[in-house]
Design a protein around this ligand. Structure first.
Ligand code: KQY
Length: 369
């Protein structure tokens, strides 16, 4: 498949909202023992549940190292496709392709430069060379051409789009020193709009407290549909999350989207703070260059890190009293989708959640003039 040097927006391509129809989902199998406790075995069970659940609604492809191929193939349901793919870890939202479509029913991939959430400044592991090839490999599997950006670092979890010209990000992440420190905010805006087919960037100040991605927006705020967002929230003024959520609410209340609409903002209470236990910490290998997992550290838990699929929402839950409220809130926001709660503490322990381990492939359609 070809590597393109043109600009998606000028070529007539845009990234659809995640709530638009998909042709499938990609996931990478977890195994690195310095990120996933006990050699990844507990996390693998949850990834199986995520893949098998999503596979009931849309085609799922799980990418696996050669060492784990047979194990993954055995554990995953037969309706899940398993392909061998080298990787450094399992965050395909971030290292995978961002797919863009046009009105003629064509799809292409955007292959951002990946540097492990901050490179040598504050990246989470080294090296990341195999992860940086994942997007191109997905494009080969999908048989689509791709736009490669060698000069712009971005992870898929740091953007959300409404599919109608608006992209939402956080300053904490996109202006961080480990991403594109040589670029101005205006230059970053232009790059986002050019490669996602957007006209307007919404800049939240920060994401979820203690999020090791430098505050990815996908843990903080999501588009339910154009003009409507769901925002991680707490009413506890002693929680360091409080100011972050309130700042975001204030900002979004005073903004409009690319089409000039005021946004409807739905609050989604975060779970009670979740801390790493001694046993969990001890199960993770210590490796220099990989972010350590210390007992007592607060995890960046949020219900906003859900995956929106064809007819369903895959929602992380934590065995917390707020789980039920999250299920009910999202069921009201998505009356036509089944809420699929998945106990996801093991994914959270690795530094992200269900949205971070999935990447959708949009369904292409011809749009009549
Ligand atoms: O998107 C994410 N939340 C990924 C987090 C990466 C964690 C690596 N330890």
């Amino acid at each position: 498949m070809k590597r393109l040097n043109t600009i998606p927006k000028e070529d007539g391509f845009r990234m659809p909202g995640e709530f638009e129809e998909h042709s499938g989902t990609y996931i990478i199998w977890p195994e690195r023992p310095d990120n996933w406790r006990l050699g990844g075995k507990p996390a693998q069970k949850v990834f199986v549940e995520v893949a098998n659940t999503i596979g009931k609604y849309e085609k799922v492809t799980v990418c696996v190292s050669k060492e784990q191929f047979s194990n993954a193939r055995t554990e995953l349901a037969p309706y899940v496709k398993v392909v061998e793919m080298s990787n450094n870890d399992s965050w395909i939202r971030d290292c995978g392709a961002t797919f863009v479509v046009n009105d003629k029913g064509e799809m292409r991939g955007v292959d951002w430069k990946f540097n492990s959430w901050g490179g040598l400044v504050d990246g989470l592991y080294f090296p990341w060379d195999q992860d940086d090839k994942v997007a191109q490999k997905m494009c080969e599997l999908e048989q689509v051409d791709s736009y490669r950006l060698n000069d712009f670092v971005l992870e898929g979890g740091s953007i959300h789009v409404d599919g109608e010209g608006t992209v939402m990000v956080t300053e904490e992440c996109l202006l961080s020193k480990g991403r594109n420190p040589e670029m101005t905010k205006e230059e970053i805006e232009k790059k986002l709009c050019d490669y996602l087919g957007c006209e307007k960037v919404l800049w939240l100040k920060e994401g979820i407290y203690n999020d090791e991605t430098n505050g990815h927006v996908d843990n903080m705020c999501n588009f339910v549909k154009p003009g409507e967002v769901v925002l991680a929230w707490t009413d506890d003024p002693t929680d360091p999350q409080y100011q972050r959520s309130h700042d975001a609410y204030q900002y979004l209340s005073n903004e409009t989207d690319a089409k000039g609409r005021k946004l409807v903002i739905h609050k989604l209470l975060t779970p009670t703070p979740i801390l790493i236990t001694k046993e969990e910490s001890e199960g993770v290998d210590s490796v220099e260059g990989t972010l350590p997992r210390e007992e007592g550290d607060r995890l960046a838990a949020s219900y906003v890190n859900y995956y929106t699929g064809n007819g369903f929402i895959a929602l992380p839950v934590f065995g917390d009293p707020h789980d039920q409220l999250a299920i009910e809130t999202l069921q009201k926001l998505y009356p036509d989708r089944k809420i699929e709660p998945i106990y996801a503490r093991e994914i959270l322990l690795g530094g992200g959640n269900i949205h971070c381990i999935t990447q959708q492939v949009p369904k292409v359609k011809v749009v009549d003039e």
